[in-house]
Design a protein around this ligand. Structure first.
Ligand SMILES: [Zn+2]
Length: 107
């Protein structure tokens, strides 16, 4: 499993305590644990449920030829891990951009 090399993005999902509001709120770093879509923003929510990242997830699901994203099965193979790594990077890059935009332009 020498190909399983976590990076900045995959670590946030693998460890389950990345830059997600549920975690940040528990540390009192943000006021609300809610995602923009109205659900609690956990790692599982972002990877499996959140409609904000549907496009990124659908691409990964197509590449994996699966019905949905399951982290444990994705990281079980080299090819799966590469898809997992890409979708983690795409989701978190988009999320970081949106979060930054929101800080600059609060409603
Ligand atoms: Zn959401």
């Amino acid at each position: 499993m020498d190909w399983l090399t976590p990076d900045h993005f995959t670590t946030q999902f693998l460890a389950g305590h990345g830059n997600f509001r549920y975690k940040l709120a528990s540390l009192k770093l943000v006021d609300s644990a809610m995602c923009e879509c109205g659900e609690i923003e956990t790692c599982e929510h972002v990877l499996n449920e959140c409609p904000r990242y549907q496009e990124e997830k659908e691409k990964a699901i197509r590449n994996l030829q699966e019905d949905h994203l399951v982290m444990s099965s994705m990281i079980a193979t080299r090819q799966g891990f590469e898809i997992f790594r890409d979708v983690c990077r795409e989701i978190l890059t988009k999320k970081e951009e949106e979060d930054r935009r929101k800080i600059r332009n609060p409603e």
